[in-house]
Design a binder for this molecule. Sequence first.
Ligand code: HEC
Length: 162
Amino acid sequence: MKRERFAQNILMLIGAYLLIAGAVAGYLLLSGRMTAQTDPFNPELVALGKEIYSGHCAGCHGVDLKGQPNWEMQKPDGTFPAPPQDGTGHNWEHSDRQLYDFISEGGAIFAPTSMNSNMPAYKHQLNPREIWAVLAYIKSTWPEEIRKKHAATNFVGGFRHH
Ligand code: HEC
């Protein structure tokens, strides 16, 4: 009797282990597929993103990705200067998906009523692959530490505070 119980417990333990291992493997596979399209270690993607960045984004966010001066200070017209994209700002607090949506849809639809946005929508100028590519380029300029924080942000789905 006792021995049977023991065998049962072992089986349950193995079952629980397999369930957890399966869930973790599934998650890694899915998140891997998500981030593959905006992989900052893919040189081809990053090169394409860099080209797009200099053509469409550098005018506001800077050739050096440092953004505009006093980017955290709201201007009298309710807009903000363009924030840095080199990891010194706070875009790592948004998941890949949120950053994609921000670039695709523009800042206006995410802005609270107390602010006006100067961030244009790019969905009519850039296709999805190009938007993921420009994001890959941006992330490729981030220090390792910021990329790690951003991976954690991706894990929980990101925060919204614009
Ligand atoms: C006309 C100026 C302008 C251009 C051009 C522009 N941006 Fe922005 N961007 C802004 C401003 C201003 C903000 C701050 C948020 C807001 O005002 O809505 C912003 C915010 C962002 C954010 C939000 C994340 C954060 O830092 O908190 C991302 C990501 C971003 N821009 C990427 C891009 C990319 C990629 C391009 C080119 C494809 C681009 N921007 C072109 C002005 C611009």
